[in-house]
Design a protein around this ligand. Structure first.
Ligand SMILES: [Zn+2]
Length: 184
């Protein structure tokens, strides 16, 4: 999602992890081509995992949904969904519904411009190159060089502006261990 005016996306996932419904205002914010490809009628009944390409994020999100389902509590956590020009501070809210369904609300809290444009693209094979390449955390958008432990803010890559920076996605240790906030 790169549209700065989009404010929320809501998806209901049923007890089997299949999409039950999703908010129409989300589709309104997409361009025509994407809208056609993502026609919501095609998404109903599909597994949520079609939105998530890499296994570590998939497993993490599934465990979060399960946590909400089992605890029967509304839980929230912050995350980032940056566009090439802006840091986008988001909140993910999970709401338990009847019959094991879970409502996922993605809310845009705040937008901050990057000093330099940063074009980050996902590597199609989602595998790190042997001695180079970058890993991006799906939740905080921090980056790590393959083979190194430190996660750093994306702004540190300013010297690479105007390039397409290829990344694979994962979930960093800080985000994996972060506690969810219980709303009720
Ligand atoms: Zn992270």
């Amino acid at each position: 999602m790169s549209n700065e005016s989009s404010s929320s996306l809501s998806i209901v996932v049923n007890r089997n992890g299949l999409i039950e419904s999703l908010s129409s205002n989300w589709l309104d914010n997409l361009d025509e081509v994407t809208k056609k490809a993502l026609d919501s009628s095609h998404l109903i009944g599909q597994p949520l995992s079609i939105f998530i390409r890499n296994d570590s994020t998939k497993m993490y999100v599934e465990s979060c949904i399960q946590l909400c389902r089992v605890s029967k509590k509304v839980i929230t956590r912050p995350y980032r969904c940056d566009s090439p020009t802006h840091k986008r501070f988001m909140e993910l809210e999970l709401v338990p519904l009847q019959n094991g369904s879970v409502l996922m609300n993605h809310l845009l809290l705040k937008v901050e411009a990057f000093v330099n444009r940063l074009d980050i693209v996902e590597r199609v094979d989602n595998r790190p190159k042997k001695h180079s390449g970058l890993v991006r955390c799906s939740f905080c958008n921090k980056l790590r060089r393959v083979g190194e432990k430190e996660w750093f803010e994306p702004e540190r890559l300013v010297s690479h502006t105007a390039q397409n920076i290829a990344v694979i996605h994962s979930v960093c240790p800080a985000c994996t261990q972060a506690n969810w906030t219980h709303k009720s």
